[in-house]
Write a protein that binds this ligand. Sequence first.
Ligand SMILES: Nc1ncnc2c1ncn2[C@@H]1O[C@H](COP(=O)(O)OP(=O)(O)OP(=O)(O)O)[C@@H](O)[C@H]1O
Ligand SMILES: [Mg+2]
Length: 218
Amino acid sequence: MLEAKSIVKRYAGADRPAVNRLDLHVRRGEFLSIVGRSGSGKSTLLHILASLIKPDSGSILFQGLDICSASEDRRNQLRGRDFAVVFQQHYLLPYLSVLENVLLPFLNGFRTVKQPRLAMARDILERMELGRKENSRPGELSGGEQQRVAIARALVRGASILFADEPTGSLDFATGSSIMRLLHELNADGLTIVMVTHNSEFANSSDRVVRMADGEIS
Ligand SMILES: Nc1ncnc2c1ncn2[C@@H]1O[C@H](COP(=O)(O)OP(=O)(O)OP(=O)(O)O)[C@@H](O)[C@H]1O
Ligand SMILES: [Mg+2]
């Protein structure tokens, strides 16, 4: 589904690349975990795969298209529609309701959100067992609920692949486990997932684990 070939990324001033000639093939429908020590390049790799940053060299094929050399319009389209990203911090907007946060990807200037999209947002909130919380503010939710809102927002436009950078990193074990159960459910329904985690139990519950060390898969 997504194939990275010989990806290199070196941050300005760094003596070694953060990601070094790395090859990785993400298969459709798989749940892949990326583990490794702090600083080994996991987030950099994930951000490159999700098209949030460009590598210095190498290519990433998504459905036959090299997304590194694609136009900015096409990359925006991928980020907006096909790719979903969640982080350790949820980045919800505190002054918007849960429903409004999930509708954010649909907002375009001051135009109102059309009914089918509202229905999509409510649907996914229902899925995340947050239907009754749509009018709450993020600050009124627990950490796990906030992360579920962030996942709902990431997926509301119908992405086919979810990139998650330590999605359970700021949660206690039980809450993290409930997020993992949710990710497994979404995966069973066909969502491809690439997750960075420091939790080996969570990693081992996925289909495949790759370990990074010094910017390479070891
Ligand atoms: N924006 C940046 N500018 C400069 N250097 C960076 C930047 N982001 C990351 N790095 C460096 O690149 C290397 C890889 O960082 P990265 O964030 O990918 O690691 P990681 O495996 O995700 O670590 P962690 O487990 O702590 O999140 C590190 O040496 C880091 O200091
Ligand atoms: Mg990281």
